[in-house]
Design a protein around this ligand. Structure first.
Ligand SMILES: NC(=O)C1=CN([C@@H]2O[C@H](COP(=O)(O)OP(=O)(O)OC[C@H]3O[C@@H](n4cnc5c(N)ncnc54)[C@H](OP(=O)(O)O)[C@@H]3O)[C@@H](O)[C@H]2O)C=CC1
Ligand SMILES: O=C(O)CCC(=O)C(=O)O
Length: 423
């Protein structure tokens, strides 16, 4: 049957359109499992909720909230919650599907899910932010749970928001459900290492890929788009390894220094105000970011940033996708033709969900690991997964993205087949 869904209208470069074309590319490598492939092209469950709150000025405001469970063949749904003015059902669907692929790529016992609220959190007071979080959690409470679907932080959400989500769910169910969300504060069953885990995973996969390319990290020139949880931590780790972070872009603008930016100082400066106005670098036009001479480019902001036009201008040898869905499919082809290696989101940024898995396991066993143990396990999982994907790419002569999809979709569809259809 056709995979066209009546409730979304993806275009070639929209997130769901990009995801669908990535699925199409993996079909030739699925063998008899391709029979089940339609399951990848439609979410299992999509919930749209109204989130009304009383604003500080006494008015009542309504926001659109979503939670999409793309696939749960391999385990409970897993994936972050995004607060952003551009959130749509279609975007959340794509993000949930990439979670399914990502969790399977690193072999975590999870399916994929994602949530979001269409809101600009920068325009909310702290009280309003807490209200919107709690009401959203109550509304999606019918489908989330420690064994059902476990949210976590994504763009514009953090440990405090996870604490409110955990408390709201717990109050509604008469429990102390630490396992209902991950990325929580340490005192509420959070895991050491989770805050830095996604950026660390980007660094680990980047280190391994650079090694295979014969690219030295010492002195390598790095550009980072997005200077939040993922981009700033990845920048810090590359700088610690001796790389020069020459350009950083966030929503406020782009800063550049040929000698390398002082990442620690930039992090301190960017808190609240963004990177623009940083005295340790010069301000350049945002569009110039894509043509800067670099060895490594790290998109760590939003989807659809590497367009076909920008792909022609990128000078990097290595692109590390910290963000989800930063590269549209046409750009992917251009980068491949130009010999630029892309470590795709579905493995590159899997460090976050991997440590979320550790957090969930620790919550259930009520026994907590040291940060060193967590980082070592994370390193082992990421390196092992990338090695398997790399071998698959070499064997079939395909990109790392299609290879990651091949490894992951085989696991997902085998689980689907073994479970069978009910009834
Ligand atoms: N947090 C996590 O554990 C994981 C996150 N990801 C993905 O990583 C990406 C970033 O997430 P995360 O770091 O958590 O989010 P944050 O909210 O912490 O940071 C997002 C960053 O992107 C910047 N940004 C937003 N819009 C633009 C734009 N149009 N141009 C340039 N920069 C922009 C923001 O700038 P400003 O601050 O000025 O608004 C901010 O620096 C997302 O794609 C997310 O899905 C993937 C795996 C896990
Ligand atoms: O930590 C998690 O569970 C999910 C993180 C996430 O949203 C992502 O990997 O995109």
């Amino acid at each position: 049957m056709s995979s066209e869904l009546s409730y979304v209208h993806p275009t070639a470069n929209s997130p769901w359109g990009t995801y669908l074309s990535q699925v199409d590319r993996v079909m030739p490598y699925l063998g008899p499992l391709a029979r089940w492939s339609e399951t990848l092209k439609r979410p299992k469950r999509a919930l749209i909720v109204d989130v009304p709150i009383e604003m500080d000025n006494g008015t009542i405001a309504h926001f659109e909230g979503f939670r999409v469970q793309h696939n749960m063949s391999r385990g409970p749904g897993k994936g972050g919650v995004r607060f952003h003015p551009d959130v749509t059902l279609e975007e959340v669907m794509a993000l949930s599907a990439w979670m399914t692929v990502k969790c399977a790529a690193v072999n975590l016992p999870y399916g994929g899910a994602k949530g979001g609220i269409r809101v600009d959190p920068k325009k909310l007071t702290l009280t309003e932010l807490e209200k919107i979080t709690r009401r959203y959690t109550s509304e999606i409470g019918v489908i989330i749970g420690p064994q059902q679907d476990i949210p976590a932080p994504d763009v514009n959400t953090n440990a405090q928001i996870m604490a409110w989500m955990m408390d709201t769910y717990s109050m509604n169910t008469g429990t102390t459900a630490t396992g209902v969300v991950t990325g929580k504060p340490i005192h509420l069953g959070g895991s050491l290492g989770r805050v830095k885990a996604t950026g660390r995973g980007v660094f680990v996969t980047g280190r391994e890929a650079a090694h295979r390319l014969g690219l030295e990290l010492e002195g390598a020139r790095v550009a980072v788009q997005g200077f939040g949880n993922v981009g700033a931590i990845a920048a810090e780790l590359f700088a610690e390894a001796g790389a020069k972070v020459v350009a950083v872009q966030d929503f406020s603008g782009t800063v550049y220094s040929d000698r390398g930016l002082d990442v620690a100082q930039l992090v301190a400066h960017a808190k609240g105000a963004g990177v623009a106005g940083f005295a340790g670098g010069e301000r350049i036009a945002d569009e110039d970011f894509w043509g800067i001479e670099v060895d490594i480019l790290i998109p760590a902001a939003l989807e659809g940033q590497i367009t076909a036009e920008r792909a022609h201008r990128i000078t990097a040898r290595l692109v590390l996708e910290g963000a989800n869905g930063p590269t549209v499919s046409q750009a992917d082809d251009i980068l491949a033709e130009r010999g630029i290696l892309v470590v795709p989101d579905v493995i590159c940024n899997a460090g976050g969900v991997t440590v979320s898995y550790f957090e969930w396991v620790q919550d259930f066993s009520s026994f907590f690991w040291t940060e060193d143990e967590i980082n070592q396990r994370l390193d082992r999982i990421m390196v092992g997964a990338l090695e398997h994907i790399w071998d698959t790419a070499d064997r079939h002569k395909i990109t790392l993205r299609t290879a990651t999809f091949a490894v992951a979709c085989e696991r997902i569809l085998t689980a689907r087949q073994e479970r069978g259809l009910y009834p």
